[in-house]
Write a protein that binds this ligand. Structure first.
Ligand SMILES: Cc1cc2nc3c(=O)[nH]c(=O)nc-3n(C[C@H](O)[C@H](O)[C@H](O)COP(=O)(O)OP(=O)(O)OC[C@H]3O[C@@H](n4cnc5c(N)ncnc54)[C@H](O)[C@@H]3O)c2cc1C
Length: 475
């Protein structure tokens, strides 16, 4: 059994977490250091082996844990990266071994410390759950659905949750000092707050109408290539289709095709292959046309960016915090969800540390402080996801202003420059992997490089040609 590591955990506090997916699991890990009991309430039965479950249907699709997310996970669960590796998850250096066909052709390869082991989402979640089972103060209540919040008479403090045991068909009231809502995109927190007499938070939604189709393949034996994963980007304003190939444990490839603006990839065998053939580069099609599929084709269309602005509410009850997709869900194409959930858990950790420092044992004030700090953390991934989505005419909920249009142009130039400058390619990936802030792409050397490129293009008649469209640059 893993004893809680914090000396502060000599208390009688209880925390309840709603949802046992990534945000819930990582929150539970953090709470275990500050609460005598942590109860994770989950609607589903949690699988004994890695497998997709009803509450997390997105697990059938490619799930890249960005380098920042991996580092946080390792901090929270020391040694977990080795466990992922031991399960057969391939190691990838993202600046060197991710063959990327970007807006202007293939990007160069350069060594970096952006190293992760790519695995299936089901395996990752199963592993984190298993690690948490060894904490003696963390318990899982499966097949149990949270129905509503319990509060004190004045509705100023959440006191627990009312649950429904799906197997026993019984209701029960569970009391807690803190409730963490990590129930994902369909969180009922805004309705629960409303029924307690609070305002519902402002909701910002930006939808590029992206659809995914994913199929799993056996990695062909004897394939010798200098990359581990491969991506072909869509290119605004007209090329709406993109795709990725990411390896996973068990010698498998996960192929996810995506189409923006309702140009949804089909979910039948032939249609899936045909769609892959129509990407801006045929590399993925060439690789899978003769490979052995080992799954059906899964579809997914719930991909809008959606941010509930709880931090802006004048009043929030104490004893409730909202985290993960329940607060802010992103267009998954940028792979930010799990890493942002991990950053959210670290934010909770910081807030709890401060809250319970010295002789203070009250939960009062935590909720508001947490939601405000979380909002700061969410700003950058939100900007990265939504600004790019606004490049598409068909996107609803946000149109690019002058500044955003300038940023799009600047980023196009950065992408072009990075096809010739491996170091810039690496910086670009450090930003994508949330290791460096986007401001890193505005370093003086990069701005000068972009300016030089623009001036040269003007002199040469503004030519911008895609560097390569075939697979020949891959080996
Ligand atoms: C197609 C797709 C691809 C993605 N790809 C990536 C990627 O490559 N990289 C990445 O980092 N992220 C990716 N994401 C995002 C990622 O899946 C989420 O951000 C991440 O899982 C964190 O979500 P969450 O834990 O907040 O909520 P969810 O994963 O939605 O989990 C919510 C949990 O709460 C449970 N629950 C809900 N309501 C109740 C209730 N009332 N009572 C009890 N339990 C309840 C559900 O059963 C579920 O277990 C992708 C998402 C999608 C849709």
């Amino acid at each position: 059994m893993h004893a809680s590591i914090s000396q502060q955990n000599t208390n009688d506090r209880t925390a309840i977490v709603i949802g046992s997916s990534m945000a819930g699991l990582l929150s539970a890990r953090v709470l275990a250091d500050y609460f005598a009991r942590v109860v994770v309430v989950e609607r589903d039965t949690l699988p004994q082996e890695p497998q997709t479950r009803t509450g997390v249907p997105q697990a059938n699709h490619v799930h890249v844990l960005l380098t920042q997310g991996k580092r946080i996970l390792e901090k929270l669960f020391p040694g977990i990266d080795s466990e992922i590796k031991e399960a057969g998850a391939p190691k990838i250096d993202w600046a060197k071994e991710y063959a990327l066909f970007g807006f202007w052709g293939w990007h160069p390869h350069i060594e970096s410390d952006l190293i992760t082991h790519t695995c299936s989402r089901a395996f990752l979640e199963w592993l984190v759950h298993r690690r948490l089972l060894s904490f003696d103060n963390v318990k899982f209540l499966e097949k149990t659905q949270v129905q509503e919040l319990l509060s004190d008479e004045s509705n100023s403090q959440v006191k627990g949750v009312k649950v429904y045991h799906l197997d026993r068909h019984q209701e029960e009231e569970l009391t807690a000092d803190l409730v963490v809502d990590a129930s994902g995109r369909n969180s009922q927190a805004r309705n629960w707050l409303k029924s307690m007499g609070y305002q519902t938070p402002e909701k910002t939604e930006i939808n590029s109408f992206l659809g995914y189709s994913t199929r799993w393949y056996e990695r062909p034996q004897n394939l010798e290539v200098n990359w581990q994963a491969l991506g072909v980007l869509s290119k605004p304003p007209h090329n709406k289709r993109g795709g990725v190939l990411v390896p996973a444990e068990g010698n498998r490839w996960i192929i996810t095709l995506g189409g923006i603006g309702k140009d949804y990839p089909p979910t039948d065998d032939k249609g899936f292959l045909e769609y892959a053939r129509t990407l801006r580069n045929s590399a993925i099609y060439d690789l899978i046309k003769d490979a052995k599929p080992i799954s059906k084709v899964y579809g997914y269309r719930r991909t809008e960016n959606c941010w509930h602005r709880y931090e802006k509410l004048a009043r929030l009850p104490d004893g409730l915090v909202i985290i993960g997709d329940a607060v802010c869900a992103f267009n998954p194409i940028y792979g930010q969800g799990m890493t942002t959930a991990a950053l959210g858990a670290l934010t909770l950790q910081k807030c709890l540390q401060k809250q319970f420092s010295g002789s203070n044992y009250t939960i009062v004030g935590l909720a508001k402080k947490f939601q405000k700090q979380l909002a700061q953390v969410l700003k950058t991934p939100w900007l990265m996801a939504t600004s790019d989505d606004c490049r598409w005419e068909s996107t609803e909920g946000g149109k690019p202003d002058t500044m955003t249009r300038f940023m799009h142009k600047y980023m196009d130039e950065v992408m072009l420059l990075s096809t010739r400058q491996p170091k810039l390619h690496r910086t670009f990936f450090e930003v994508i992997h949330m290791i460096k802030p986007p401001a890193a792409l505005f370093a003086p050397g990069i701005v000068l490089g972009v300016l030089g490129q623009v001036i040269r293009a003007k002199i040469n008649g503004n030519s911008r040609k895609v560097l390569a469209t075939s697979t020949e640059v891959l080996s």
